[in-house]
Write a protein that binds this ligand. Structure first.
Ligand code: PLP
Length: 474
């Protein structure tokens, strides 16, 4: 592509994105297409000859756009958010423009040094301990996998990296997490070679948070049986209900048994920017590693996962590998982030964080996050006042777990599930809002999570009105 054409389409695409952001509420939140519909409209074989940008861009709008779910629609209340913001999108554009691969310091010193700086900014913003050092990973799943592999290596004197799993020894290493933990923990346990059978799901209390005494008992029992407790993954803000595992008593147990503590605060970590929410990280100084995703709730577009560790040496001793072609001058002042995680190649992700933090400032970021929490509380108050609905979990921050319970008649759990699923599907089919569900202690639960950058009281009010109108059909 010649520069003239690039410039022309660059401008056209920025204009298109600006219009898209401006008019996003005209789109249905959830894509209203059937499986296979988009693929059927695409050629089965790749083009042999070059095509015009005009045709490619038109097909993007005509064929692909109807198959998009609009995560940046302010009535997106599903899952956890993956929000973004204008400064983040602009920085991502620059990252693509630079096209740098930032695996070691010399492949882009600015990328490495900016990453160090912005990760330390994040550390300060969340009130994480001074000694923690950060690195950007792609996702929380990868970050948790890194933590599990490091825990495995520290517990075995970095022996499994070297010798593989000696006969029978793998079965001795045990990982603990709560029954409400994210599936990425089990995935990491499988990939890191612990095996699913060696993951203990610790019971949770009425608030869906891990019961530390149960953790203590499980560790004691395993030790008695000759096993080696290796890692505890605590969650701050579980996916189903944003419950908060109490880090202090969990950390004390880990400390006593010399077990690695990893904290998964994928979405909720952002809330620790608020002084009134800092309590969610009480005891975080016990953690060996900690992850939260600016790509969830900090207005930084996917992907950007902030991983912190207390002892970077444990990380680099686990992941460092040095083929000759990557050997560069050793300067103790320099970090090579390729040794801080799984992939060798690394995108320049720090740039978008830098843009976002500077553009909003801490105060601006706090205001947005605080307003989301207030909106969730507001929605909760409406649910509580209406006898047709019931709350299913405490609201700890920006997520409301509830369900419709028709006032007349006795309903089984199966009937309530069918009714609420029908309600959710009808709401989502309307295209006006998007919510998702979960199961809490065996009970089907609807979740409304406030976290899109531009969600206001009006959007939450309209969701409530739509919900009220919809329940009359059930
Ligand atoms: N941990 C928790 C608590 C989550 O809620 C999620 C996703 O929602 C994850 C981990 C996985 O995040 P990622 O998509 O960044 O791997």
């Amino acid at each position: 592509m010649d520069i003239k054409t690039f410039r022309r389409y660059g401008h056209a695409i920025v204009d298109w994105i600006a219009d898209y952001m401006d008019q996003i509420e005209e789109y249905p939140v959830l894509a209203q297409v059937k499986p296979g519909e988009i693929a059927d409209r695409l050629p089965k074989t790749p083009p042999v000859e070059s095509e015009e940008m005009e045709a490619i861009f038109n097909d993007f709008k005509r064929i692909l756009l109807p198959g998009m779910t609009h995560w940046q629609h302010p009535s997106f209340f599903a899952y956890f958010p993956a929000n973004t913001s204008e400064p983040s999108v602009l920085a991502e554009f620059l990252t693509a423009g630079l096209g740098a691969q930032c695996m070691v310091w010399q492949t882009s010193p600015a990328a490495t040094e900016l990453e160090e700086v912005v990760m330390d900014w994040l550390r300060q913003m969340l009130g994480l301990p001074e000694g923690f050092r950060g690195v950007i990973q792609d996702t929380a799943s990868t970050s948790t996998l890194c933590a599990l592999v490091c825990a495995r290596e520290r517990a075995t004197g970095f022996g499994i990296n070297k010798h593989g799993f000696p006969n029978g020894s793998a079965q001795k290493l045990i990982v603990y997490t709560s029954e409400e933990a994210h599936s990425s923990v089990e995935k990491g346990v499988r990939i890191a070679g612990f095996g699913k059978d060696h993951l203990r799901l610790i019971p949770t209390g009425a608030n869906f948070a891990m019961i530390p005494e149960e953790l203590g008992k499980a560790i004691d029992a395993d030790k008695k049986d000759g096993r080696l407790p290796c890692c505890v993954v605590a969650t701050v803000g579980t996916t189903s209900s944003t419950s908060i595992d109490p880090l202090r008593p969990i950390g004390e147990i880990c400390d006593r048994h010399r077990v690695w503590l990893h904290v998964d605060a994928a979405m909720a970590g952002t809330a620790a920017m608020l002084p009134e929410m800092r309590h969610i990280l009480d005891g975080v100084e016990f953690a060996d590693s900690f992850v939260f995703n600016p790509h969830k709730w900090m207005f930084t577009n996917f992907d950007c996962s902030a991983y912190f560790c207390k002892d970077p040496k444990a990380l680099t001793s686990t992941f460092e590998i040095l083929p000759e072609y990557l050997r560069t001058e050793v300067d103790p002042r320099v970090k090579n982030f390729r040794d801080w995680g799984i992939p060798l190649g690394r995108r320049f992700r720090a740039l978008k964080l830098w843009f976002v933090i500077r553009y909003f400032g801490i105060r601006g970021l706090q205001q947005k996050v605080r307003s989301h929490i207030e909106l969730a509380k507001e929605f909760e108050s409406w649910i509580r006042k209406d006898p047709r609905f019931e709350m299913m979990a405490p609201v700890t921050m920006n997520l409301v777990c509830f369900r419709y319970h028709p006032p007349e008649g006795n309903f089984t759990e199966e009937e309530l599930e069918r009714i609420n699923k029908g309600l959710m599907d009808e709401l989502n089919r309307s295209g006006k809002m998007f919510i998702t569900h979960t199961e809490l202690k065996g009970r089907f639960t609807l979740r409304l999570c406030v976290g899109q950058t531009n969600t206001t009281l009006g959007h939450v009010q309209r969701a409530w009105e739509q919900l009220q109108a919809c329940v009359t059909h059930f």
